[in-house]
Design a protein around this ligand. Structure first.
Ligand SMILES: CC(C)(COP(=O)(O)OP(=O)(O)OC[C@H]1O[C@@H](n2cnc3c(N)ncnc32)[C@H](O)[C@@H]1OP(=O)(O)O)[C@@H](O)C(=O)NCCC(=O)NCCS
Length: 333
């Protein structure tokens, strides 16, 4: 990173999931599936789902308030808000605007980041730049999704995978002695678009009776293609960011991957030579919450006593687009 930029640290982290739980047993009553199949093929036991009328900005607000409190600031101290989401409350206004208003973050500007499952990592990097350049002293990065709003609960290939949730971090300037973000590495590959998408509701195919009848406002996925790409790219991006910062994978204290499928995470970790003790997997409780998985995993790692100040932490994600992301940091909380 450029030397004249300020170093940036995580000053606060908080997460939120809605109280209602959708178990594998519940899904057995909706589609032709079994608890055994879901557990064996994905590692997921249950996921949290919003009630009627609850939207992404509502979950984001809960997470953001906790992160702001932990950072010891008020919402008025925020200069910037980035919200990674695939399920904004509305196409416009942005969820960042709605969140800014809910928080009364009177000095913040911001926008939504459309990067699907890399939403948190990309929002994090964007918000980090605002602090690094000195544009603001405190920036909020949020990953939040209400996936249940775009999941077809008659499609067994997708409905077992996803859940709702939110996570937020406050980023602040670090002094020379404090643990801080080290680097990030991102790439996108639009050739993967058709493998994971929601076909209708945008400018290509606006909502119509026909699009609704054909169930085109739901997640469509070629699971095997996404699976192979995710394993390959997670390893590749992690190796790249470690190598260029002169770290060996064995020096990583905690690997925090996007939580889509237990088999993707363990395959990538195996390829990197990371033992189970350095890998956090919590998708059994939440499923794939898209932009929220990484902060949810970080929060669980803290609860389990698996993160201490100064630890080398590697975040990694692959999402629809395709989007690929990695962030390397020294843990600062
Ligand atoms: C979706 C996923 C779990 C499917 O697992 P898989 O081992 O690849 O399973 P397959 O797609 O090969 O399907 C195997 C069989 O199980 C069936 N199946 C799919 N979902 C099922 C379910 N919920 N219950 C029971 N059977 C199911 C399929 O129909 C298929 O049956 P067939 O062989 O008769 O056609 C897996 O591909 C995956 O996780 N992909 C990546 C998903 C992802 O990460 N998405 C988000 C990216 S950020």
């Amino acid at each position: 990173m450029v030397k004249s930029l300020r170093r940036v640290k995580i000053a606060g982290l908080s997460t939120y999931v809605p109280p209602k739980v959708l178990t594998n047993a519940d899904l057995e009553t909706l589609v032709d599936t079994t608890n055994e199949w879901i557990l064996q093929r994905t590692g997921i036991k249950e996921r949290h789902i919003v009630g009627p009328g609850v939207a992404t900005s509502d979950l984001a607000k809960e997470a953001a308030c906790g992160a702001i409190r932990q950072a010891g600031i008020t919402a008025a101290d925020l200069g910037f808000i980035a919200v990674g989401t695939t399920t904004p409350d509305t196409i416009f206004p942005s969820t960042a605007c709605l969140l800014q208003h809910k928080l009364a973050a009177s000095h913040a500007w911001g926008f939504d980041v459309g990067a699907a499952c890399s939403g948190f990592v990309y929002a994090f990097t964007t918000a980090m730049q605002m602090v690094a350049t000195g544009s603001t002293d405190h920036a909020l990065a949020v990953g939040a999704d209400v996936m249940s709003s775009i999941i077809d609960y008659t499609d067994r290939a997708t409905c077992v995978l996803f859940g709702d949730g939110a996570g937020a971090v406050v980023l602040a300037a670090a002094d020379d002695t404090e643990p801080a973000v080290i680097d990030f590495a991102h790439e996108i590959d639009g050739s993967g678009g058709p493998a994971l998408c929601m076909p209708a509701g945008g400018s290509r195919m606006p909502a119509s009776h026909e699009t609704v009848d054909k169930r085109l406002h739901y997640v469509k996925q070629d699971g095997a293609t996404v699976f192979k790409f995710a394993v390959r790219k997670t390893e590749e991006i992690c190796r790249r960011i470690l190598e260029r910062n002169h770290f060996d994978p064995s020096q990583v204290d905690l690997f925090v991957s996007h939580q889509a499928n237990r088999r993707i995470i363990t395959a990538a970790a195996d390829r990197l030579g990371l033992p189970e003790s350095k890998v956090i997997i919590n998708l059994e409780m939440y499923g794939n919450t898209t932009a929220a998985t990484i902060p949810l995993a970080l929060a669980d790692a803290i609860r389990q006593g698996r993160l201490k100040k100064g630890d080398l932490v590697l975040l990694a994600s692959v999402g629809a687009g395709f989007t690929v992301g990695a962030v390397l940091l020294r843990w600062s909380l």
